[in-house]
Design a protein around this ligand. Structure first.
Ligand code: DQA
Length: 144
């Protein structure tokens, strides 16, 4: 069975409660369930992991090699700081799509820069949690 991995970084465990005017009212579990349902229709599986710890995210990226067709990754604040996550993505051959719920380009200037986007297949920002589904759709289309 073809499978995707959805990774979410720091503070995204608080989705739905955290700054809802920016990140919306849906919780992470709800977003994961909707994504699982979408992929299920196409016969694909989904694994999900959220962590507030950079090293745990790195470990999951390493372990994804050979296991998944793609990774949907919202690195949250690590997007703007983490050379280690960038190197982890570069170290594997699984394609990664970077997703941001908010439009990082119309917020504080420090959110405009992603250290990870240059080593990702693509980046989606500003579509709310729909962005995760758009990323899944891209992987489905690419594998047709
Ligand atoms: C975010 C944007 C980041 O700048 C921020 O640190 C987050 C969430 C988003 O999904 O819009 O935690 O990745």
């Amino acid at each position: 069975m073809k499978r995707l991995l959805m990774l979410n970084g720091p503070n995204l465990n608080l989705l739905g409660k955290r700054e809802p005017t920016i990140y919306g009212n849906s919780g992470l579990e709800e977003v994961e369930t909707e994504l699982r349902e979408l992929l299920d229709v196409h016969g694909w599986g989904l694994s999900c992991f959220q962590s507030n710890h950079e090293g745990e995210l790195i470990d999951h990226i390493h372990k994804a090699e050979g296991q998944f067709e793609g990774i949907i990754f919202n690195p949250a604040a690590y997007t703007h700081t983490s050379v280690a996550l960038r190197d982890a993505i570069s170290a594997i051959s699984v394609p990664v799509i970077e997703v941001h719920i908010s439009n990082v380009h119309n917020r504080e200037p420090f959110r405009r820069e992603s250290l990870l986007a240059p080593v990702c297949w693509g980046q989606i920002a500003g579509l709310g949690t729909i962005g995760y589904k758009v990323a899944a759709q891209a992987f489905l289309e690419a594998e047709k």
